[in-house]
Ligand binder design. Structure first.
Ligand code: MG
Length: 462
């Protein structure tokens, strides 16, 4: 044993002596990337300059697109606030999470404790995690962002129309929350975008020397619209355009903070929206451009939203990717880029980093995306094909849109089983169901697979 110990000492001593000579200088390991997600509320597909808005100037978002990647077939899981946010933050379809529609002030439920958000995953890696803005995943103490992976939170816990001054409904006072305490009721909404931006910029400054995740969920352009004095009357599209210009300014401030602190090349920034435009509000709603219908429907205008990702030096600049992708893919993709451990439970989203990197020949990793409204499966998309199942939906067709903050009346319409090829018919005007029975069979089979998993209120399956 004594001999063995002596030998070991010699070996160790030799190593200690030799190691410094053999060591080569190695570059300091790159810190894991920061992640910033900026989420607009009810922003339409065609509301940004780089997505074709004719009358709204968005120079910062346009620059972000020039410096990054623009997705033209990016979807939300459901075209309404709470359900959409649940899918973004968990990487799971809203129905799997059990958050449907929009949670009102009297709701008692929220994001369940076992759900794992992007913030949970990144905090486990040592990230600072901060959120400003609209949470809308439950507003009781046990549901707020600090219970779901965020170190800090400031904002409105639900929609900015859920307050006593809303013209069409009476709600209780609207709480403004700082961390997990109510600090005010019915705050001045003209200040919201500025306040959220200031807090976001300060969060970046405070955490510039460590990895961070920042989630900025703007209240705007959800009605009622408010804008600061600085942007009032600045656009060619009335108050709605002014509000989008202020959101664009906010993006510019966040990008400037990253530049100022030397974080550009180590920060993935994503900008997108929770659902399409709330069309019944007329001149206070956005535009889905050539897409059919808007918020609250599974038609393209409801679920397809603008998406821009920027990460200088890592993602290519000035690229447009037409492959379908969805908010459920954001969590697994961030996990891929950061090395975060995925939750143990089932995810619906998949890593789309090859699409963000615009790798040659990269295709969507999904066979299909599924579009529920509430518990009803309304549509499925696979490749260019989108199949709609017979259902009723709200439409403004034949109605007069609202004006200046008051909504117009929706009518109820119904659709039969219809099939569109979105490559040929972006506006979903002409069903080609009869010409492609094999496509219909394939999409029906995919939908049946999802019905067996998540149910379908149209088929009375649970
Ligand atoms: Mg919304």
């Amino acid at each position: 044993m004594a001999q063995l110990s002596l030998c070991w000492s010699v070996v160790v001593g030799l190593f200690v002596w030799v190691a410094p000579l053999a060591a080569q200088p190695t570059p300091a390991p790159k810190p894991p990337p920061n992640v910033v997600i900026i989420f607009a509320d009810d922003l339409g597909y065609a509301d940004l300059g780089c997505f074709g808005a004719p009358k709204i100037k968005t120079p910062n978002l346009d620059r972000m697109a020039r410096q990054g990647v623009r997705f033209t077939s990016f979807y939300v899981a459901q075209a309404v606030c709470s359900a959409s946010r649940a899918a973004l933050l968990t990487g799971r379809y809203s129905n799997r999470v059990g958050i449907l529609s929009a949670l009102g002030p009297t709701a008692k439920h929220g994001l369940a404790p076992h759900e794992r958000t992007i913030a949970d995953l990144l905090r486990a890696l040592g990230y600072a995690t901060g959120m400003v803005g609209k949470w809308h995943l439950g507003h009781l103490a046990e549901h707020l962002p600090k219970r779901h992976g965020f170190d800090t939170y400031y904002g409105l816990p639900y929609s900015n129309d859920m307050w006593p001054k809303h013209p069409t409904a009476k709600f209780p006072d609207l709480p403004l929350i700082d961390e997990d305490k109510i600090i005010a009721y019915n705050p001045d909404q003209t200040r919201l975008t500025t306040d959220y931006t200031d807090r976001a910029v300060k969060f970046i400054a405070r955490n510039k020397d460590r990895p961070f995740f920042l989630y900025v969920a703007h209240a705007m352009p959800h009605v009622p619209l408010f804008v600061s004095e600085r942007f009032k009357g600045k656009s060619e599209q009335g108050l709605y355009g002014d509000v989008i210009m202020e959101i664009d300014w906010s993006v510019g401030q966040i990008l400037e903070a990253l530049r100022k602190h030397g974080l550009d090349e180590n920060t993935l920034v994503i900008f997108t929206s929770d659902n399409g435009p709330w069309l019944s509000y007329g001149n206070h709603a956005g535009s889905a451009g050539r897409l059919r219908e808007g918020k609250g429907t599974a038609w393209e205008g409801g679920v397809r939203v603008p998406f821009i990702a920027r990460w200088p030096g890592r993602l290519p600049a000035g690229k447009t990717n037409p492959e379908p992708a969805m908010t459920i893919d954001v969590l697994p993709t961030i996990a891929k880029f950061t090395g975060a451990k995925l939750p143990g439970h089932k995810l619906d989203g998949k890593d789309i980093s090859p699409l963000l990197l615009c790798k040659e020949g990269a295709k969507s990793p999904h066979d299909a995306y599924y579009f529920y409204w509430g518990r009803e499966l309304h549509a499925v998309r696979s490749g260019p094909w989108k199949l709609y199942f017979p259902h009723s939906y709200r439409t403004l067709a034949g109605s007069t849109p609202g004006q200046d903050g008051r909504p117009g009346p929706y009518k109820t319409a119904t659709t039969d089983l219809v099939l569109y090829n979105l490559d040929d018919d972006l506006s979903e005007t002409t069903s080609v169901l009869d010409r492609h029975p094999e496509v219909v069979r394939r999409l029906q089979a995919l939908a049946d697979g999802m019905r067996a998993d998540l149910g379908d209120g149209l088929r009375k399956k649970k």
